[in-house]
Design a protein around this ligand. Sequence first.
Ligand SMILES: Cc1cc2nc3c(=O)[nH]c(=O)nc-3n(C[C@H](O)[C@H](O)[C@H](O)COP(=O)(O)OP(=O)(O)OC[C@H]3O[C@@H](n4cnc5c(N)ncnc54)[C@H](O)[C@@H]3O)c2cc1C
Length: 390
Amino acid sequence: MKTYDTIIIGAGPAGMMAAISSCFYGNSTLLLEKNKRLGKKLSGTGGGRCNVTNNGTLEDLLEGIPGNGRFLYSVFSQFDNQDIINFFEENGVKLKIEDHGRVFPTTDRSQTIIKALEMKMLELGVDIRTGCEVVSVKKIEDLFHVKTAHTEFTATKLIVTTGGKSYPSTGSTGFGHEIARHFKMQVTELEAAESPILTDFPHKALQGISLDEVTLSHSKHVITHDLLFTHFGLSGPAALRLSSFVSGGEVAHLDFLPGMSSDELSSYLTENREKAVKNALKGLVPERVAEFLSADLPEKIKQLSVTEKQELIDKLKSLPIKITGKMSLARSFVTKGGVDLKEINPKTLESKKVPGLHFAGEVLDINAHTGGFNITYCLCTGWVAGMMHY
Ligand SMILES: Cc1cc2nc3c(=O)[nH]c(=O)nc-3n(C[C@H](O)[C@H](O)[C@H](O)COP(=O)(O)OP(=O)(O)OC[C@H]3O[C@@H](n4cnc5c(N)ncnc54)[C@H](O)[C@@H]3O)c2cc1C
């Protein structure tokens, strides 16, 4: 039985980058993935286009990682989002930057990113085994024994990159937390984060509409970002971000036009008073939203009563939406909680209790907003966990 320098469990962004780094530093490296293909969850990010990182400053990154981002100072000083961008460009992937600093491959295809990671691993000599589920891990003296259904592998270093517990159909079922518990390490409570929001809104009328840069607010939480109406309620970055502050029973307010004051809107309606309400609104909001808001009103703006005009302005600036709940952990984009960071050396990502045992990516108690922030910290922690630290 061959003993590797490093075994990595899980081929998401963290695991693949850990494998690249480990091999780059001259270690014989085995990557085990239970799915038949690499990066299954990664392939679904950014609407299937792979939101590979975010181009923001260090401050932007920390703001985009509300769940323990500060733990990552040391990681980002060793490998950060600019290193991710350089890595892909040096490996032949052209990238583009979209709104909110989101970085995508110019092909708009996740496979471009996954293929580049795979090619780099093969070039460096990573031994990649897909369709290979790890069922148990033990440490005997200085060696980790990693057992799959059919065989056992050994290594002096083990990197756990099995992800969180969201979207378990992608393979992230929480196995890494079991490994941590096996080694008597603490795992903080696992909760849903970046969850789509359930509402009692008339879903059919607006389902499928996506809005750019609207403001969704509840209490003191005011979020301006893109929003998507779905068959169950709200999704898209604005809703996912607000989800941390609601549980159900609250009323959120939607401002369709954050760049326009109520007075400006009133003047706009007066200037267009000869027009049909729907047509005037079409100049401001998507057609189906215009139809929805003008449904019970007289046809022309000049036919609106003072109250009707004010109600229309109120709906455009502060439409109340009753929140009835949010999606479960399994159907949320991200897992909050994970391997307790108190037990992890922030420079090396090695367990303080178990020498040679490392964790990277979403298995750790770190959670970020969508928009490339999760993938950024997963790739960066992966690189650092795979490094040789002298
Ligand atoms: C629909 C969706 C959209 C998202 N969009 C964004 C976005 O736009 N921006 C953003 O920043 N984040 C986004 N995220 C979050 C992001 O995808 C994750 O945070 C990231 O993929 C986590 O990376 P990871 O490498 O830690 O784990 P994962 O990507 O979950 O990979 C873990 C891997 O480990 C494997 N594994 C688990 N157990 C075993 C085992 N016992 N044996 C072998 N292999 C095992 C799994 O099969 C899996 O392939 C999105 C998530 C979802 C679900």
